[in-house]
Write a protein that binds this ligand. Structure first.
Ligand code: ADP
Ligand code: ADP
Ligand code: ZN
Ligand code: ZN
Length: 840
């Protein structure tokens, strides 16, 4: 429960904080307390908690370490702040959206894997006669542990004639060898074969086997003269007469090319292209378990370590419990013969169970040790890290967290609060950026930032005990915490048709049948891990995309390893009806709208095209023969040649991470001087990119195409963003709303299926209201919107609810209840029902 202020052990004093939009603010925040930072999106909460407090703590810490060690940190910018007093060392548990995924697993992040390896090494059951093996031998990533056949990959890759030459009636000239590079490189290989006397004009199947094998499988790389466009006979003559060749070409066999590209290419796209010529199958020796046979022969509780790593954490907890207490019969049997072994097993099991318990408390019991972290949601990953911290026995530090309730069903939020309380009780401070009312109500201290977003935010509206927030008139947060804002209780709309899916099998879903109503707003609900994302974001998206003939694999991240992708596609199910009323599929996620500073709001929404045309139509542009391309910072003619339109240049510092600074040539404007001389009204193109959306709306009020685009951006609550604000500076929620705005300004034909996975993440309740308004507009225009959602206000305002569960993982995966919200609350088995009831 909340403390009275006399109990705080001291305060962190912030003076003159000006990071991003913060207005030179001063505030005192208690230590050893749960401090919650609130405010609408873009108000400046993160700029204060992460950009100022955490960044300063990190800066101080890094000053104390060697320059070499400093390079290993993902160093934050030095914060704009005069002074911070009383700041303990800080640990940030930030959600990393769209961040690069390292190859790690639940086991490695939580160190459970290390513990398991030690257990197998020291307390496992060895076959008779086998000597003890070291812990490293239980890791597939070490030479001692890796399976000798697949080198620890668990899969073997075969490259065959059939895969590389899918159509053997084609000739080599007709590109029979599909695996070879296209374009010039492929032409080069064909020319080399001609020089060498291979016939490239007979169907592949009619070539002698010896030739086919050599072309595909040779490791030799002969270098031969190339005379492009001539026959073998002509070339023979040229060589005899010592005619100068076009160049000397190096031959590469097709399999060698595929292997080499797959192993060495920097481009994920190239890797993906060549991966289609490799047949991957489970390793016949280790059966996909990745370990060598000696390691797999060691058992604990009857399982080898790979089998154990594939069990859900809650199952593991049950298996280990009797070992932790010493009651397991397996232990009793060997007690007298091997007392040390029993002792080791007990100690490790105790530690293991205690760590697991925290993860189970945080609603993560459905995960497995083996699960790779890129397949986890950002919220799940953050909670895993949190669980690891709870057991770390650190004290006297500040934990800075970013919306830890993201992805949590209200039923799981209570456990989260208990974990936070434990960290606090151990003597730590917690600074948490949060929107969830239940977390805000649990705070010892509230810092409310506002009143609005961007330039209109950045003030501290309140910093004090929760009760005091009641009296702060201009606080939007106050209304939601203390006045029960009642959500609209409109009559649910009637579905126009149904999209019916059958035989859905994926992750924890098995042979499931589901029907989604069309022309209405549907929320898919359930505790975390129940199967919502599997159903909606994975199966539904993929099946609908397939039926619409979409080439793009919407769910796959471009940067993802193609190997990882091929493994998760175990999918069963089909759409049996309803697709005829759907013409488009749009997935609106929180992934960044671009990964470089070259994309921004103006380019993404398409409004920059109109702006550039306006500049090209000015008198000066016409005289100088400047077209619209002149005003693009991605095209050479108009942009600054030094920074090539980035506006920033990277400065390499010895022993420190490189930093970006404004380009000295263009002063950060991105354009060359000639281009900047052109003005529309009184502004040049760089100044226009510097306008906020709100300012641009009045600047362009005579231009309907631009005004309309700007208007929708304002309606989704992003009027505070600058037109040229780089995509890399936007939060996940901001990116998502830009995507929504872009959709809203399209001409609506009413036959689009929109899918959103937890769109309320990162949104203040007042922003959630806006979002609902926008979603309802999409539905009113005749579209279908399907959400995965935890926010009870959104669920209550939906036309239809599909509740998945009842539990997580194996205990979930079924449809527990479906119907209009008023009917869902009557369900006896739905864990959503009791929470939803309070919002109807
Ligand atoms: P909140 O956490 O309350 O959603 P933020 O602190 O993320 O708000 O953002 C406050 C303001 O600072 C917004 O106008 C946002 O666009 C801006 N901002 C955020 N990150 C950056 C950045 N890296 N560079 C410049 N401006 C930023
Ligand atoms: P929700 O969206 O309701 O939180 P999910 O659909 O993400 O639930 O998860 C349902 C079950 O499927 C869980 O047991 C989860 O661990 C498992 N799961 C989800 N995604 C993957 C994946 N990419 N690989 C393996 N298991 C997964
Ligand atoms: Zn193997
Ligand atoms: Zn420049």
């Amino acid at each position: 429960m909340a403390k009275s202020d006399t109990e705080f052990t001291g305060f962190v004093k912030v003076r003159g904080a000006r990071e991003h939009n913060l207005k030179n603010v001063n505030l005192d925040i208690p230590r050893n307390a749960l401090v919650v930072f609130t405010g609408i999106s873009g108000s400046g909460k993160s700029s204060l908690a992460f950009g100022t407090l955490y960044a300063e703590a990190q800066r101080r810490y890094l000053e104390s370490v060697s320059p070499y060690a400093r390079r290993l940190f993902n160093q934050m910018a030095i914060p704009e702040v005069d002074e911070i007093e009383g700041l303990p060392p800080a640990v940030a548990l930030q959600q990393q959206r769209g961040a690069v995924s390292t190859r790690s697993s639940v086991g490695s992040v939580t160190t459970l894997s290390n513990l398991l390896r030690m257990l197998y090494s020291r307390a496992g059951d060895y076959p008779k006669g086998q000597g003890i093996i070291y812990a490293e031998s239980f890791s597939p990533n070490t030479p001692e542990g890796a399976c000798t056949e697949c080198h620890g990959l668990g899969r073997v890759y075969e490259i065959t004639e059939k895969t590389m030459v899918p159509d053997d009636t084609l000739t080599i000239r007709e590109k029979a060898i599909a695996a070879w590079p296209s374009a010039w490189q492929g032409q080069n290989q064909r020319d080399i074969l001609t020089t060498m006397g291979y016939n490239i004009d007979v169907p592949w199947k009619d070539l002698p086997k010896k030739d086919r094998d050599w072309i595909l499988f040779t490791e030799e790389q002969p270098v031969v003269p190339v005379y492009s466009g001539y026959s073998h006979e002509e070339i023979k003559n040229f060589i005899k007469n010592k005619r100068q060749p076009d160049y000397m070409g190096t031959f590469t066999g097709a399999r060698r090319y595929v292997r080499h590209t797959f192993a060495n290419s920097q481009s994920a796209l190239m890797k993906k292209r060549v991966s289609q010529y490799m047949i991957s199958s489970e390793c016949p020796l280790c059966k996909g378990k990745r370990l060598r046979q000696e390691s797999l022969s060691v058992k604990f509780a009857g399982y080898d370590i790979a089998e154990l790593s594939r069990l859900a954490l809650n199952k593991l907890a049950t298996i280990f419990a009797p070992y932790a207490t010493g009651e397991a019969t397996a232990l009793k049997k060997i007690e007298t013969a091997y007392p040390e072994k029993v002792e080791v097993a007990k100690r490790i099991a105790e530690d293991f169970v205690a760590r697991l318990q925290v993860m189970l408390d945080l609603g993560l019991g459905y995960l497995t040790v083996e699960r790779s972290t890129p397949t986890l949601s950002p919220g799940e990953l953050q909670r895993l890290r949190l669980a690891t911290q709870v057991r770390s026995n650190l004290f006297g530090v500040v934990y800075v967290l970013d919306e830890p309730s993201a992805g949590l069903h209200p039923a799981d939020t209570e456990a989260l609060l208990r974990a936070l309380d434990k960290l606090k009780a151990a003597g730590n401070s917690l600074f948490v950026v949060e929107h969830e009312i239940d977390v805000i109500r649990h705070a010892d201290w509230i810092v409310d930032v506002g009143p609005a977003a961007g330039e209109k935010g950045g003030h501290i509206l309140y910093s004090g005990l929760p009760e005091g927030l009641r009296n702060i008139k201009e606080s939007l947060t106050r209304q939601y915490v203390y006045d029960n804002v009642v959500s609209n209780s409109n009559e649910p709309r009637t579905p126009k048709d149904w999209l019916k899916l059958e035989g859905i099998t994926r992750n924890n879903l098995s042979e499931l049948t589901a029907s989604f109503p069309l022309g209405v707003l549907t929320s898919v609900t359930g505790v975390s891990g129940s199967g919502k994302s599997s159903l909606v974001s994975q199966v539904l998206v993929e099946l609908a995309a397939e039926q619409l003939g979409l080439q793009v694999d919407i769910t796959a991240d471009k940067d993802e390893d193609p190997l990882e992708q091929s493994e998760v596609q175990t999918l069963g199910g089909k759409i049996v009806s309803g697709m005829k009323s759907i013409k488009r599929l749009v997935v609106v996620d929180q992934k960044p709208i671009g990964r470089t500073p070259r994309s921004n709001l103006a380019t993404y929404t398409g409004l920059f095209d109109h702006v550039r045309k306006l500049f090209a139509a000015t008198q000066m542009a016409k005289t100088r023969k400047f077209d619209a391309g002149q005003f693009s910072f991605n095209v050479a003619k108009g942009r600054c040649p030094h920074c090539e339109g980035e506006g920033m240049v990277m400065v390499e510092l010895l022993f420190l991470p490189s930093v970006y600074t404004p380009c000295p040539t263009c002063g950060g404007t991105r354009y060359n001087p000639k281009t900047l001389e052109v003005r529309y009204k009184d502004k040049n193109i760089a100044e226009v990119l510097g306008l906020t959306v709100d300012e641009a709306a009045s600047f362009f009020d005579e231009e309907p195409a631009i005004s309309r685009a700007l208007e929708v951006v304002r309606e989704v609550g992003l009027g505070y963003l600058r037109l040229g604000q780089p995509a890399t500076e936007l939060s996940g929620g901001e990116a998502q709303r830009i995507k929504l705005a872009t959709e809203l300004q399209r001409a609506q034909n009413g036959q689009t299926l929109y899918i959103l996975d937890e769109p309320t993440t990162g949104l203040h309740p007042s922003d959630v209201e806006r979002l609902l308004l926008q979603l309802n507009r999409l539905v009113d225009a005749g579209n279908t919107v399907i959400l995965v959602e935890h926010d009870m206000d959104v669920i209550a305002a939906s036309d239809w609810v599909i509740d998945i569960g009842p539990g997580a993982g194996e205990a979930g995966g079924n449809i527990v209840a479906e119907g209009i919200p008023a009917d869902i609350v009557k369900s006896k088995h739905s864990r959503t029902a009791p929470y939803l009831a309070k919002h109807l």
